[in-house]
Design a protein around this ligand. Structure first.
Ligand code: ATP
Ligand code: MG
Length: 408
């Protein structure tokens, strides 16, 4: 991609009326545009990050047997009345149309359970695991955290269906493994944290990333024995296992998993027939991940005074190519480098603009692509300056070596 062709432009100044660090950096670097509080457009650079995160999540969900579907955003009112959540869900967006009243889906139990009722009849149809990656809507009262808390945001939600509790428990463990993989792969250190369980189990589990701007407070054993959300902590100040004083940290919840048991299968009468012919409600679990919140969290924890520092796995491009027009042939030279890298399937953002070297370097740091390559007369013919965004280390190597490093 040629930077001169991008719709977005970088901004030197922080956007007005934006207090969240993730939004400031993402707007300045041209990843997102603010429409209103909690409502953002994802620009070409931003959409590539969301796509990378989504793909990692998709691979890990497929790996634990998930089948991908896409459910609607518009949910008939009756479905939400059936579970008592038409009036009971505090952040539900409601819309009225010619065809009646609808909820804008904030979560999808009210759709996925009636769906599975059409296909799950017997113990032979269980277990099943369905997931989607889709835009959710919530009328969040405080939407001040940039893309960490959108009124419209991208979520992965998986729902599991089981014949018995031990099967649900086994799958719950498997899902934890998949979640650990996901957070590692996107470059986040997420702590599995006990949280309020809701109606049907003692605890749910949240995946929390320590972040000074986080909205949650968690209590951590310094030895790693336990992690709890403040909501359930009561008066405990020491680890029950080792007696050490618990550390208190601000954090952002990037995912959570719940045992729903029969909370939604009962109201929709999602029953299955056992081998002995008796009827039983299906047991369920649900497993959420905030895809857009992950993007915001990565920015919150991976940045320096100059801009964002993307982990390779979710960076919009692998290489930020910069040419410095200090020689006649440089245009031809850099065009060749760009073509060769692109041909080798390296994702390159090429700063081909007619602006100063200083401006190009500042933008490269702000955008935060892992590897910066510079072609110039000073660097030399057939040579490239390689700079690592994270370590800030620079070296000059041949083009062939560059290509080898990027494609290995
Ligand atoms: P929170 O406690 O932060 O409001 P939640 O417990 O309501 O989140 P879930 O309903 O379980 O969240 O949603 C699953 C995941 O979706 C969360 O773990 C989080 O990563 C993400 N998420 C929830 N609400 C938002 C939002 N308003 N904007 C962006 N991501 C969100
Ligand atoms: Mg929560």
């Amino acid at each position: 991609m040629r930077l001169s062709q991008l719709i977005s432009k970088t901004q030197r100044q922080d956007p007005a009326q934006e207090t969240a660090l993730n939004a400031k950096l993402l707007i300045r670097a041209g990843f997102i545009d603010k429409v209103a509080a909690g409502i953002y457009t994802y620009l070409p650079l931003g959409i590539r990050v969301l796509a990378k995160i989504s793909q990692i999540v998709r691979e890990e969900m497929d790996n634990i047997g998930g089948q991908e579907i896409l459910m609607p955003v518009l949910h008939p009112k009756e479905n939400w009345q059936k579970t008592g959540r038409w009036d009971g869900f505090d952040v539900l967006f409601k819309v009225k149309g010619e065809a009646g009243e609808f909820a804008l889906g904030p979560t999808h139990e009210e759709i996925v359970v009636p769906l599975t009722k059409k296909f799950i009849h017997s113990y032979l149809d269980l277990p099943k695991y369905l997931y989607q990656i889709q835009t959710k809507f919530r009328d969040e009262p405080r939407a001040k955290s940039g893309i960490l808390r959108g009124r419209e945001f991208l979520m992965k939600d998986l729902y599991s269906f089981h014949a018995n509790e031990s099967d649900l428990n086994d799958y719950y463990k498997k899902a934890k493994g998949a979640y650990d993989n996901i957070f590692k792969r996107v470059g986040l250190e997420a702590i599995e944290t006990e949280a309020a369980g809701g109606t049907f189990s003692k605890y749910s589990h949240e995946y929390q990333v320590i972040n000074t701007n986080g909205e949650d407070t968690i209590y951590l054993c310094p030895q790693g024995h336990t992690a709890k959300n403040q909501e359930i902590i009561e008066d405990q100040t020491e680890c029950l296992e080792c007696g050490k004083k618990l550390n208190i940290e601000k954090a952002t919840e990037v995912g959570n998993i719940f045992k729903l048991k029969t909370k939604y299968s009962e109201p929709f009468e999602l029953y299955y027939t056992e081998s002995n012919g008796s009827q039983k409600p299906v047991l369920m679990g649900c497993y959420g991940i905030g895809i857009s919140r992950i993007m915001g969290t990565v920015v919150e924890v991976k940045n320096d005074k100059n801009g964002i520092i993307w982990p390779k796995s979710v960076a919009p491009y692998q290489v930020h190519l910069i040419s410095i027009k200090d020689q006649e042939s440089s245009i031809k030279n850099e065009e060749e480098v760009y073509q060769k890298l692109t041909k080798a399937k390296v994702e390159v953002l090429w700063d081909d603009r007619d602006v100063s070297a200083g401006e190009k370097f500042a933008d490269a740091d702000l955008i935060g692509i892992p590897v910066r390559l510079v072609v110039s007369k000073k660097v030399g013919d057939g040579k490239i300056e390689w700079k690592n965004r994270e370590s800030d280390k620079t070296k000059i190597i041949s083009f062939d070596e560059t290509l080898k490093k990027l494609t290995s």
